[in-house]
Design a protein around this ligand. Structure first.
Ligand code: TRP
Length: 354
């Protein structure tokens, strides 16, 4: 039995400002993974035009995600950072996957239903096919591990369904061409060209909730800017937002159980824990019995201490778009070479003359 070489791939859409939820939930995880894995991190600009075609400043958004990756500590030399549209093989494989996936599979995607809303007939065809492009992003590198949030789990299951159908439909050709690896899926031995990707959802990443409503996720689309901490917020803004964050009148509990039914308290303690790499229980050992008037200033100090360097470096990089573009071009060239190797094999397997 063989095994696919471990490779991490993830993508972030260049829409809206990055906030604390993106940082703690995704980017910080990306940084940690580069110690142990070969990693490819992609700014998915082709996905950005599925929900809305025309953007005010798409180049600025693409550069700002790239700057955030680098400022947070991703090493674009050791690993790969690039924007999706510079590697046309993503779109090419997505087309093939459009012919592998079934319309019924796409219609079941909850994110499509949410984003398309009531007027489904008027959603772009690209929005419906979004998961097929996401599968192509990952599988064009035959990546095995994908750090994502909980909301992307269904898309990764679909990625496995696409990989499985391709492997099954072409198994004889894959074998005849001397490609692929023997793996076991469930109990079944399969000769697979594409790996069965694994989500990396677990880990210390907290669900970061809105500062104005502890039951809603922190989101770039919330109309109130006070609901989120943006990665580009300066110290004063961070301080103001935390001071104005919604709380309840009680003191903090000394045990995690005491946070039940107190979503805002739970969220702020969770943010403190994540920013200081501690557990909530540990944070409550220090702050149990204290009022928010004591806890909030401590959280401000911590948030500023952790975020200010990222913020400063991000601003510095944004002032040098030439450098950012050179990182993306270099990443795109290296990613493209790997993607083309896969596509040559895929074109062969399908039977395209080349
Ligand atoms: N759909 C992902 C999101 O909205 C972004 C994305 C696109 C992605 N392609 C990907 C994530 C491939 C992981 C792997 O968060």
């Amino acid at each position: 039995m063989g095994e696919f070489k471990h490779l991490v791939f993830s993508g972030v859409q260049p829409t809206g400002n990055l906030h604390l939820g993106n940082y703690l939930g995704a980017i910080r995880k990306f940084v940690a993974l580069q110690e142990s894995h070969d990693c490819i991190y992609c700014v998915v600009d082709l996905h950005a035009i599925t929900a809305q075609l025309v953007h005010d400043d798409l180049p600025g958004q693409i550069r700002s995600i790239t700057a955030a990756f680098i400022a947070a500590g991703i090493d674009p030399k050791q690993h790969i950072v690039f924007n999706q549209s510079q590697v046309p093989q993503h779109a090419e494989l997505a087309w093939i996957f459009n012919c592998v996936a079934r319309i019924g599979w796409m219609n079941r995607m909850t994110q499509f239903k949410d984003k398309a809303g009531k007027d489904r007939e008027n959603a772009s065809l690209g929005l419906l096919a979004y998961p097929s492009l996401m599968a192509a992003d990952i599988l064009v590198y035959r990546a095995t591990h994908v750090p994502v949030g909980d909301d992307q789990k269904q898309h990764l299951e679909l990625t496995r369904d696409i990989a499985m159908k391709f492997n099954m439909d072409f198994m004889a050709k894959i074998r005849a061409a001397g490609l692929g690896t023997d793996i076991v899926v469930g109990d079944e031995p399969v000769h697979a060209y594409f790996p069965m990707v694994e989500p990396m959802i677990e880990g210390p990443a907290p669900r970061v909730m809105s500062l104005k409503d502890g039951t809603k996720k922190m989101s770039k689309s919330d109309p109130s800017d006070l609901s989120r901490i943006n990665l580009l917020d300066d110290a004063e803004t961070i301080s103001k937002k935390i001071r104005k964050a919604k709380t309840d009148p009680d003191a903090l509990p000394s045990e995690v159980e005491g946070l039940k039914g107190r979503p805002e308290a739970d969220n702020l303690v969770g943010i403190f824990a994540a920013l200081s790499d501690r557990s909530k229980a540990d944070v409550l050992k220090d702050f149990g019995g204290q009022q928010f008037s004591v806890f909030k200033p401590a959280l401000v100090d911590l948030a500023v201490e952790v975020l200010a360097p990222v913020n400063g470096e991000m601003r510095r990089l944004m002032g040098d778009p030439g450098y950012i573009d050179s990182v993306l071009r270099d990443g795109g060239a290296r990613a493209g070479a790997r993607a083309e190797k896969t596509m040559k094999e895929v074109r062969d397997i399908i039977g395209f003359v080349q």
